[in-house]
Design a protein around this ligand. Structure first.
Ligand code: SF4
Ligand code: SF4
Length: 128
């Protein structure tokens, strides 16, 4: 049993799917700088437009930055939505969101309660 409310198990589940989180303009620049390439090349090789959103490309069912070792290739500059996950503020006011996210993420302790996760979200500054 884990004694923390949440500790990422690095299972990679949240980096898989048919779409990814979006990146702000500032985040795009940070990723380009981190990779040592220009923004045009970044877009061509790694990003895509989805309506008004800019997202990361998906290859083989996962984000293009998901590494074979199960780690994020752009960890130091990954988008805010990735850094915050799974401590999403929707859980502050919606117990069903807590149950849904908990069942999707093995990083939560089996004993973690809704009160625990709300406290953690606020402690980390992800609250509203
Ligand atoms: S689903 Fe949860 S435990 Fe798995 S990598 Fe994502 S945050 Fe970590
Ligand atoms: S940027 Fe990194 S943490 Fe975010 S979805 Fe892609 S591989 Fe996962």
């Amino acid at each position: 049993m884990k004694n923390k409310v949440f500790e990422c198990a690095q299972c990679g589940h949240c980096c898989h799917g048919v779409a990814t989180v979006s990146l702000t303009r500032k985040e795009q620049v940070a990723v380009a700088n981190y990779l040592g390439i220009g923004e045009e090349e970044l877009f061509e090789r790694y990003l895509k437009r989805n309506g008004k959103r800019v997202e990361m490309q998906v290859v083989d069912g996962h984000c293009i930055f998901y590494g074979e070792d199960g780690l994020c290739k752009i960890h130091p500059v990954k988008p805010f939505h990735c850094r915050r996950w799974p401590l999403h503020p929707s859980m502050l006011h919606d117990e069903n969101a807590w149950h849904a996210i908990k069942s999707d993420c093995p990083g939560f302790s089996d004993d973690a309660t809704w009160e625990d996760v709300k406290r953690l979200i606020r402690e980390r500054g992800f609250g509203d």
